[in-house]
Design a protein around this ligand. Structure first.
Ligand SMILES: C[S@@+](CC[C@H](N)C(=O)[O-])C[C@H]1O[C@@H](n2cnc3c(N)ncnc32)[C@H](O)[C@@H]1O
Length: 350
């Protein structure tokens, strides 16, 4: 017979899980309509906050009810004012990579495919990348542009000894699955002696990348719609990067083999992936694990399986990633900590 205390304990946990699900939707709304930014100015009544953001007070007040009772906002009954503590604003507002609000939109977008995903459990197959566009492209851009702005040069690139100096002298760089290209555009602006190319299969992403390069006035970067499973082996590149772009491929082995063939003899391949073990039991105490297995299930795995692909999933883990890199022909692989705790930087060489 089930232990009633443990049932009660799990009931409390479940309430927290469901509350988190609802709050994720409400954070998404608050982010999209600008309520967190509006609250940053200082304590306000629901009417004042609605006026600041140009919204309907009744909706704002109900939203605030959830925000206050969940502890995201504080409330002063005497003045009927609501406040977003500075420490909470640090993680829900602004253009820094610490703003976690865009993640709520991504989670809710993944949730909009649940009906199709449920039938995949019964029938197999997957959900094509195109079904997620254009919202997925926008969400990726919204999340990662902040990370690239804050951490690309000082964190990811500088983690590899000698790389900033090489980029400063002038090398050829290719980015695999470049999305909207912000990483390459930042590097092209920072290192004018080097030349950069970004490949992605998504036409909307490439259009955005080209537009940004133009707005930055860059002449040392280009973007092409290319299936990276068939990368040309010439010309060679001194640096090849793949930011969160290998595990969801249809044929990650072919992509890695192509990257190895296209890499100059003394070049480096930087693969930024999620920092997990390939063994489930070693991920149990990792606080990121449930969310990333979920992201995998709701996006990264089905986009690959939709193409009859390998469906590695987001949590393929370091051990399996090392096997794939070795099989692709990389003779040496070093795994470095990334400036974000949930990522690793794989540095692979010939
Ligand atoms: C998770 S997103 C990462 C995007 C980008 N690196 C970023 O940081 O925003 C993976 C990207 O890989 C692209 N992709 C998937 N399969 C591809 C393929 N076979 N050839 C080229 N790009 C592909 C997707 O269109 C998507 O933009």
């Amino acid at each position: 017979m089930a232990n009633p205390d443990l049932v009660k304990q799990f009931g409390v946990k479940l309430l927290g899980i469901y509350t988190g699900g609802v709050l994720t939707q409400l954070i998404d709304i608050g982010y999209q309509v600008g309520l967190f930014e509006a609250a940053k100015t200082g304590p306000a009544t629901s009417q004042e906050l609605a006026d600041r953001a140009g919204l309907k007070e009744r909706y704002v007040r109900e939203w605030l009810g959830s925000m206050v009772t969940s502890g995201i906002f504080s409330y002063t009954p005497a003045s009927r004012t609501y406040a977003l503590p500075e420490e909470h604003a640090a993680l829900l507002t602004g253009n820094a990579h610490t703003n976690a609000a865009p993640t709520s939109r991504m989670i809710n977008h993944f949730g909009s495919h649940l009906q199709r995903l449920t039938s995949c459990f019964r029938e197999g197959g997957g959900i094509s990348y195109s079904a997620y566009r254009p919202v997925f492209t926008q969400c990726m851009d919204d999340t990662w542009r902040r990370i690239y702005d804050g951490l690309l040069v000082s964190g990811f690139i500088s983690a590899v000894k000698g790389l900033p100096a090489m980029l400063g002298k002038g090398i050829r760089v290719m980015d695999i699955g470049c999305g909207t290209g912000h990483a390459m555009n930042i590097l092209a602006r920072e290192f004018p002696q080097s030349t950069f190319v970004g490949y992605d299969i998504a036409e909307d992403a490439i259009a955005g990348a080209r537009e940004e390069a133009k707005s930055f006035g860059l002449t040392n970067v280009s973007f092409e719609v290319v299936d990276v499973a068939a990368l040309p082996s010439d010309p060679k590149f001194d640096l090849i990067t793949a930011f969160d772009a290998i595990h969801d491929q249809r044929a990650p082995d072919a992509v890695l083999e192509g990257a190895c063939r296209a890499l100059a003899l003394d070049g480096a391949f930087l693969m930024i992936e999620f920092k997990f073990s390939s063994r489930l039991e070693e991920n149990i105490s990792n606080p990121f694990a449930p969310m990333y297995y979920g992201f995998s299930l709701m996006h990264c795995m089905p986009v690959s399986l939709a193409l009859d692909g390998q469906g590695l999933g987001t949590v393929w883990g370091e051990q399996l990633a090392r096997q794939y890199l070795a099989k692709a022909g990389f003779g040496s692989v070093t795994v470095l900590d990334s400036p974000r705790p949930q990522n690793s930087i794989f540095v692979a060489r010939h």
